[in-house]
Design a binder for this molecule. Structure first.
Ligand code: SAM
Ligand code: SF4
Length: 344
């Protein structure tokens, strides 16, 4: 691994400087480091995806520069995602470089969201770079269903990856998309499995992002209904557990574990939104559910100074929308871009 010591913007401990027009401080940046993935989840990608030409994707140095600029403006939490972050060549160099902001105290947390297929190989390096928690996406514990939902994935590798991360001292949160026909009946078993390993688990409603091959309306499962069903045999208590994310947390008394519920469709969480997203092409989206976009790649490839880059970031944050308005019933996706481009 070659940590980058020559970054153009050295981050120092900074108070939040990114305050949007509604008084919300932006302290959380998600960065998609690639649009590519080794899986093809049904709700995320179409079977034959056309991936971006390499020249359009930010280099590792550009990713570092942009992330560092945000850290310099008061972002305290950085999540690397994709596509699948662990399939990006040189990904561990990027993590090692960004970890300097943990050591300097400018960043509270450097984390990632991964499908876990490559985790067994990288868990030790991630832990050594200061990664303390990660999210691993896992919708089922049935090998055949996993293969179907991911179009070919191997469940055993993901479980081996989760175990390797835990063994390396990294806390794992499982993310599962709730799918009416595919995993609704299995959710209690999945929750029990996660809690037995000491992992939190968050359930996510399907969101209408990007064109995929199937009808998502058909798979939509309201987490209000899931919670009601789980409450018929478990004691589910609301708890205050702030992760800087949009999940509302509960504790399942019988398992002792935490259960998060992300309900973008049946419940808005926009008033406390503290996050923005940077795509692997350097486009900044300040709201997951809107088509707003600022092209930061053009800014840096145009030779911008740090001050000019900061101005471009301020302008984008100033225009952050008050909230989103997803409609699962809408025939078209709310926004055309895929989750794999924006980053989950
Ligand atoms: N490949 C990594 C993974 O799967 O964890 C990171 C990127 S993935 C796009 C991030 C998260 O988005 C995953 O938890 C995935 O389940 C979720 N996701 C993808 N498409 C979605 C959709 N249409 N609705 C809800 N969640 C979605
Ligand atoms: Fe890949 Fe993650 Fe999308 Fe699945 S959800 S296709 S693992 S990017």
């Amino acid at each position: 691994m070659t940590p980058y010591d020559d970054s153009p913007a050295q981050a120092v401990l900074a108070p939040p400087r990114l305050i949007d027009g509604f008084g919300r401080a932006v302290t959380y940046l998600r960065v998609s480091v690639t649009d590519r993935c080794d899986l093809r989840c049904l709700y995320c990608m179409s079977e034959h995806m056309t991936f971006l030409p390499k020249a359009e994707v930010l280099t590792l140095e550009e990713l570092d520069r942009l992330a560092t600029a945000f850290v310099g403006l008061g972002v305290r939490k950085l999540r690397l995602t994709g596509g699948e972050p662990l399939v990006r060549k040189g990904f561990m160099d990027l993590v090692a470089g960004l970890s300097r902001h943990l050591r300097s105290g400018a960043l509270d947390e450097l984390t990632l969201t991964t499908n876990g297929t490559q985790l067994e190989r990288f868990a030790g390096d991630l832990a050594r770079c200061g990664v303390r928690r990660i999210n691993v996406s896992l919708d089922t514990l049935k090998p055949d269903l996993f293969r179907k939902l991911t179009r070919g994935g191997d469940l055993e590798r993901v479980i081996a990856g989760i175990d390797a991360a835990l063994a390396a001292g990294i806390r794992v949160k499982i993310n599962a998309v709730a799918l009416k026909h595919d995993n609704a009946a299995e959710l209690p078993a999945l929750i029990q499995w996660a809690h037995a390993r000491g992992c939190d688990i968050t359930l996510i409603e399907t969101m209408p992002l990007g064109e995929v091959d199937q009808d998502r309306t058909d798979q939509f499962l309201s987490l209000k209904d899931v919670r009601r069903d789980l409450s018929s045999f478990w004691t589910i208590e609301d708890i205050h557990h702030a992760t800087g994310g949009p999940a509302r947390y509960t504790r399942v008394a019988e398992t002792g574990g935490r259960l998060g519920l992300i309900t973008p469709l049946s419940n808005h969480f926009c008033d406390t939104c503290n996050r923005v997203r940077l795509t692997c092409t350097g486009t900044l989206h300040t709201c997951l559910g809107r088509d707003d976009a600022s092209d930061l790649r053009a800014v840096i490839r145009g030779g911008a100074t740090e001050a000019q880059l900061q101005q471009a970031i301020f302008a984008a944050i100033g225009a952050k929308s008050q909230g989103h308005d997803f409609q699962i019933a809408a025939a078209r996706p709310a926004v055309a871009r895929h989750m794999s481009t924006t980053g989950g």
